[in-house]
Design a protein. Structure first.
Lengths: 506, 401
């Protein structure tokens, strides 16, 4: 059979766009299929009245600058995509814990300043905090070695030369921080970012967290001027420039297989489309449900059944008719928590245990019209936290009650007045993400980065996890877990492997 | 402070990670995966936002001025079991096949959200002289006619955390449809607001839903209706247009929200009037504009624009060249040439027709320009609010229900 395309990429989410941009740039005949009328998945924007809201991006990790490019900057630069980067360089975040054992601290950007700001909140903790941050170098050395061995490192070398890496990568954040004698309060402050990965730090892999924390610490938070729609369009432009074909409003409804079990192509809008390789930005659960049952290896189904879905979010988007200054907010990112402990924050997530307030105007002052500002609330909750007895006709009420609770809590906690200034409001829940992403339970984080299914274990297991010839995966559900940066990186990796297979080293 | 004791952590635990994961996977069943419908968030998402709704006309009622109300119920043979719930003020985009053309029209749901639980929607179609879609519907739809619509759409809804407790509605002519739904929702207790409806029409005779609204006013003390007739003086009714004076006469002394909904001319008139009221923007809400006509009257419209241009339209790998008039939206020109292009609000706002402008120049009136900021950098347009200023190449997503 004559293959029409070299590569079909299913889904124009962050990973899918980077994958298609790379394959088309490499000269492979690429087709990117997207069910929506615009690209990006979560990386988009939406208009309400005179506001344009960022739906999902809090801050990009591991971007860096032209002078000191980090992974994400390099991915865009290599592709020739040119989003306009903005940085929040003062503080990483402000963390407020309410109640008796509460605190209100601001963490500075930069390794030294970060450690100093934890030390200011927990005097004497600096050396121990620093010991955690300094593990990054050892971890990187080990990872470089593992990559050099193409994922088959020698056991003795790992034990002798990279034992600290193994201690970090084999344990949870809490375990490692406790072993480093970091006091509880300092641990809690440092663990504030757990919500970005959706797993509390007593379960979250220490190396994974260290990588993310470090990525933010050295680079600060990065955003683009025109919401993440700009990121997405900049990538789409690359695909267009290199002759890649993009079809919107083209939902894939079936994956096609050859007799030998390899992938042959997909069906979109009733049309059969064939390719040598398919890269799926769609979560394996959905791909398997769109495939003929006997084509899915038993191991794949076992893995899918073993997994839990990652966290989703409820979000509130507010367009306010006052400026950030008039509102009295000095921070871009504020974490509000009702208890210092991440596990308790996680367990009380539906009751205000943990939420994030972002004010984009702090980083991009003119991201809303003159005299206005926007606020973006994020509450990590699971799809299964949506009440079982919720009827569709009560959904709007459910959203408004949720929004009211969090807005009022933020008003009280931050001492500001939000409600009278609401000019536009939009509330999203796992239902919204189920609608737009089509993921099971509306998960935006793919599969939960559980203790047993953590980043390191996934990377090690990847070659056994996905064995259907011609079908590769990328996205928040893949080895690196969720987050824009991770998605971009696995998208690039998936593309490079396909390029390698189709073009060889030439 | 104690010294760091990382050595206490066993590095060999790392070597057990993969076997532990493998064991966990091995212990799981290889059973088929549940369908999306088994998850609560996906269930609600599908119930509220079905990809399409297959409906049937079950009843037709004559309304004032030659308008007709169509009662729609699920077409179960086509796969729609139940109607989607909606917020009062929302519309459905109806797909129409007229000759060789496939086009869409947004119609506000005029029935109460509660009625959708009994599987009834009502839309009302005004008798517009020369109106392509309205004349087609009025002449062709019968009891039993099968139609396809979108899920309920649009943001012209009452939002309790944003809007004032009292809503003063400024509405003209057949634009009353979403307001009928809103009034019913207030009467049903589904929306918690007081309504003062300033309703402009030509004469009582031509006032759509005159009796319905009177009944609602009697039934529910939160609803007040003020009829304003422009071409008729009647005892007990206002005469003329909806002016700032009239708004002040009926609006409460404290905070209120204005909901404005009417044809282009009424909107232009009312927007000037309300400037004098000094209301904050948050208290002024507009229904989507409706189709826009006559871009050349705008102050920023360029001079010496040719009457028509050659437009190359690319959809899903196919290409067609059409002649497009400079004073007709690209969407309408495509439809007139038999090209099915995606569209919903047809007012610039929803972005459903979002398309790539590969080359050439277009004009979009400011009042209906809802493009995203990055769209302007990377050359994307909304064909429903775009008018050609040169020959163009555009890339349009395929029509999808």
């Amino acid at each position: 059979m004559e293959k029409l395309y070299d590569v079909i990429v299913v889904g124009a989410g962050n990973a899918g766009m980077v994958a298609a941009a790379n394959t088309s740039k490499a000269g492979l005949k690429t087709l990117l299929l997207e069910k929506h009328n615009i690209p990006g998945g979560c990386a988009t924007s939406f208009r309400r009245g005179r506001f344009e809201f960022e739906p999902s991006l809090h801050e990009l990790c591991s971007v860096g600058t032209a002078e000191k490019p980090d992974q994400v900057y390099t991915i865009f630069e290599n592709l020739g995509a040119k989003p306009k980067w903005y940085y929040e360089t003062d503080y990483l975040f402000r963390a407020i814990v309410k109640g008796e054992n509460g605190y209100d601290v601001r963490l500075k950007t930069g390794v030294e300043d970060f450690c100093n700001s934890v030390d200011a909140a927990v005097p004497g903790s600096k050396d121990n905090v620093r010991a955690f941050v300094d593990l990054k170098e050892k971890v990187d050395a080990a990872i470089n070695y593992i990559y050099a061995t193409k994922g088959n490192p020698s056991g003795p070398v790992m034990l002798l030369k990279h034992a600290d890496f193994m201690r970090v990568a084999g344990h949870s954040v809490e375990d490692v921080m406790t072993a480093l004698s970091i006091p509880e309060k300092a641990r809690n402050i440092m663990c504030t970012y757990w919500g970005y990965l959706g797993v509390p730090t007593d379960e979250l892999n220490a190396m994974h967290y260290l990588n993310m924390l470090y990525g933010y610490m050295i680079n600060g938070a990065a955003m683009t001027k025109h919401r993440s729609h700009e990121l997405s369009l900049s990538l789409i432009e690359v695909i267009r420039k290199h002759g890649g074909e993009i079809r919107f409003n083209s939902k894939v409804t079936e994956f096609l297989y050859n007799d030998d079990g390899s992938v042959a192509g997909v069906v979109a809008n009733g049309e059969k489309l064939y390719s040598k390789e398919v890269i799926s930005n769609v979560i394996p659960h959905n791909v398997f449900n769109m495939s003929q049952a006997d084509k899915i290896p038993e191991q794949h189904l076992k893995l899918a059944n073993a997994r839990e879905f990652g966290i989703s979010v409820a979000t509130i988007y507010l367009g306010l008719d006052c400026t950030r200054e008039e509102l009295g907010l000095d921070d871009y990112t504020i974490f509000v928590m009702s208890d210092p402990n991440p596990r308790i924050q996680h367990d009380t997530r539906t009751d205000g245990g943990f939420y994030i307030v972002n004010c984009l105007n702090k980083v991009v002052p003119d991201s809303s019209p003159e005299g206005t500002c926007t606020l973006f609330f994020t509450m990590p909750i699971f799809g299964h936290d949506v009440p079982k007895d919720l009827a569709p006709q009560d959904y709007k009420k459910y959203k408004n009650e949720l929004a009211k609770k969090y807005i009022e809590d933020a008003e009280k906690t931050l001492g500001i007045s939000i409600m009278p200034h609401i000019e536009e409001i939009s509330v999203a829940t796992p239902v919204t993400f189920a609608r737009y992403l089509g993921t099971p339970e509306g998960t935006i984080y793919g599969y939960k980065l559980s203790g047993w299914d953590n980043l390191m274990a996934r990377i090690a297991g990847e070659k056994d996890d996905f064995t259907i010839p011609g079908l590769s995966f990328c996205g928040g559900h893949h080895v690196r877990g969720d987050g824009y940066s991770s998605a971009y990186i696995v998208g690039e990796t998936a593309a490079n492997r396909v390029i390698q297979r189709l073009k060889g080293d030439a | 402070m104690s010294r760091p004791k990382l050595w206490k952590l066993n590095p060999l635990k790392f070597t057990k990670m993969s076997p532990a994961r493998q064991a966990k996977i091995e212990a799981s069943p290889a059973k088929p995966l549940p369908s999306l419908d088994s998850y609560k968030p996906n269930q609600i998402a599908n119930a509220l936002h079905p990809k399409a709704q297959y409906l049937k006309v079950v009843k037709i009622k004559d309304e004032a001025g030659g308008a007709k109300s169509y009662y729609l119920a699920p077409n179960q043979e086509k796969g729609t079991e139940a109607l989607a719930w909606f917020s009062a003020g929302q519309y459905v985009s109806v797909t129409l096949k007229i000759g060789d053309m496939t086009l869409t029209r947004p119609y506000s749901l005029a029935s109460s959200p509660r009625e959708s639980l009994e599987n009834i929607y009502m839309i009302t179609v005004e008798n517009v002289e020369g109106g392509l879609a309205s004349q087609f519907i009025l002449n062709n739809w019968k009891v039993g006619t099968e139609i396809t619509t979108s899920a309920p759409l649009g943001n012209f809804t009452y939002e309790p955390l944003r809007d004032a407790k009292t809503v003063v509605v400024l509405v003209g002519g057949s634009s009353i449809t979403p307001i009928r739904s809103l009034a019913l929702a207030v009467a049903d207790g589904d929306e918690d607001a007081d309504l003062i409806i300033l309703y402009g029409s030509r004469t009582l005779e031509e006032t759509i839903f005159f009796q319905d609204l009177l009944n609602l006013e009697e039934k529910c003390e939160r609803i007040k209706v003020v009829n304003i007739f422009s071409e008729e003086e009647r005892e007990g009714y206002e005469h003329g247009f909806i002016t700032a004076e009239l708004i002040k006469k009926y609006a409460p002394d404290d905070e209120y929200s204005l909901f404005i909904c009417g044809p282009q001319v009424m909107r232009e008139f009312v927007d000037k009037e309300i400037e004098t009221l000094g209301l904050r923007k948050k208290f002024i809400r507009h229904e989507v504009f409706g189709e826009y006509f006559g871009p050349s009257k705008e102050a920023d419209y360029p001079e010496n624009v040719a009457p028509s241009f050659k437009v190359t339209v690319r959809i899903a790998g196919k290409e067609q060249v059409i002649t497009a008039s400079s004073d007709i939206s690209l969407l309408r020109s495509m439809e007139a040439n038999g090209i099915s292009a995606p569209a919903r609000c047809r007012s610039g706002e929803c972005g459903w027709c979002h398309s790539k402008l590969v080359s050439g120049e277009i004009y979009t009136p400011k009042i209906i320009d809802y493009r995203r900021e990055a769209d302007l950098i990377y050359g994307y347009i909304h064909p429903c609010s775009s008018f050609p200023l040169s020959d163009l190449i555009i890339e349009v997503p395929p029509f999808a229900e």
